[in-house]
Design a protein around this ligand. Structure first.
Ligand SMILES: Cc1ncc(COP(=O)(O)O)c(C=O)c1O
Length: 389
């Protein structure tokens, strides 16, 4: 016991020396754009609550009503006795919003990725993935045992050369699958994948596409379409992943696609099969959120978010952002930490994002905007940032 603990202590102090040690901070309250930490109320520019729905009264009410009807928990996995009409309705509504035949809900986005990828590809297959893909996509790819090739971020030439190589080594006639994996809105950089071109390439080389729309659902396109739907490419993306804990403000992840894909995942996605299903109350909250996202109110929230993005980028003299995520890359871990502390003193909450979440020497402030931010909060942040970047 003691030897084990002292080994861990040594490893932790190494992280500390490298400026990479992490610890939990206690949030005392969070509501809309305001967060209280260590007794201080700060303006929050770090959440993924892009439409301010995490504190929407109708969604909280749906969750409460669901809990009163069903209880707090689902009691078991979906395949045992944890499958309710609420789960089924949510999946039908998500599929309708995405324009696919079906969808499948997981307890988190991480579970959706780490369960789905290894269910669909294995040792005889190839995965070709963007270098900046989220950790859960990397974990899913590694767990699959497929040969993994990585292309530099959004580099279509390199993607094509990997596709060519994959198809020479693993011709379609052998039944081998080639899966391209990318995000549509990149979580730490806020830029978009060149989706039309990627779709065109994967079609040309007989590959399939796994598209993580975690930061696009509810923000890009109308309704909960994401980027694939916005560009009219939904029917050409075999596996569309989304999350329910970012713009939708609740929690969970999902895969949308063909009916047969979803039936296959019900049989083979281990993180779905062997995990307690999300509580029916969570499904009810997600349904309420999805209704708002698809309504006139949702359109207004998206328009407000765009207005806020335009205000911030013009104050900062940056080009317009295609997403609600604006990274200010500062380089060293220390510099990013200093900036975080300085901004916190000025009343703004923006934690530094460091390695291993982002590549070394690209530590950054990941600023996220929400439809709920007030113009004076945004102007205040821009003023506080002047001189730091
Ligand atoms: C791109 C991307 N995919 C997947 C996830 C995981 O989603 P969840 O938080 O629902 O597990 C995240 C979460 O930050 C993400 O940024």
């Amino acid at each position: 016991m003691e030897g084990f603990d002292s080994q861990l202590k040594e490893q932790l102090s190494l992280l500390e020396q490298q400026g990479l040690h992490r610890s939990l901070r206690m949030v005392e309250s969070i509501h809309g754009t305001l967060i209280t930490i260590a007794g201080r109320e700060l303006i929050n520019f770090s959440s993924n609550d892009y439409l301010g729905l995490a504190s929407h009264p109708a969604i909280a009410e749906a969750m409460g009503k669901g809990a009163r009807r069903w209880g707090a928990g689902s009691t078991a996995s979906r395949l045992i006795c944890g499958n309710t009409a609420e789960h089924a309705a949510l999946e039908e509504e998500l599929a309708a919003a995405k324009g696919t035949e079906a969808s499948l809900v997981f307890s988190t986005g991480v579970a959706a990725a780490t369960g789905t990828i290894p269910a669909l590809v294995g040792k005889k297959d190839v995965i070709i993935m963007d270098k900046l893909a989220h950790a859960c996509l990397i974990d899913g790819a590694r767990a699959s045992g497929a040969t993994l090739r990585v292309f530099p971020h959004n580099d279509l030439e390199k993607l094509e050369s990997h596709l060519r190589w994959a198809r020479e080594k693993h011709p379609a006639i052998t039944g081998a699958r080639v899966m391209v994996i990318t995000e549509s809105v990149f979580s730490m950089d806020g830029d978009l994948a060149p989706l039309r071109e990627i779709v065109e390439l994967k079609v040309r080389y007989g590959a399939i596409l796994f598209l993580d729309e975690a930061h696009a659902v509810g923000v890009r396109g109308t309704r909960a379409q994401g980027l694939a739907g916005e560009l009219g490419l939904g029917d050409q993306v075999e596996i569309q992943m989304g999350t329910l804990g970012k713009a939708l403000g609740v929690s969970g992840g999902f895969i949308a696609g063909s009916r047969v894909l979803i039936d296959f995942l019900i049989n083979r996605a281990r993180s779905f099969i062997f995990s307690t299903s999300p509580s029916p109350a969570v499904a009810d909250a997600c349904r309420a959120s999805l209704r708002i996202v698809q309504s006139t109110e949702g359109n207004v929230l998206r328009a407000d978010l765009q207005k806020n993005l335009r205000l911030f980028t013009s104050e900062m003299k940056l080009s317009n952002s295609p997403s609600a995520i604006i990274p200010l890359i500062l380089g060293s871990e220390e510099r990013a930490m200093q900036e975080t502390t300085r901004l916190q003193k000025a009343g703004f909450f923006i934690p530094a994002i460091r390695y291993p979440t982002v590549p070394r020497n690209t530590a950054r402030l990941r600023i996220t905007l929400s439809s709920a931010h007030k113009p004076e909060q945004i102007r205040g942040l821009a003023a506080a940032l002047k001189g730091s970047v």
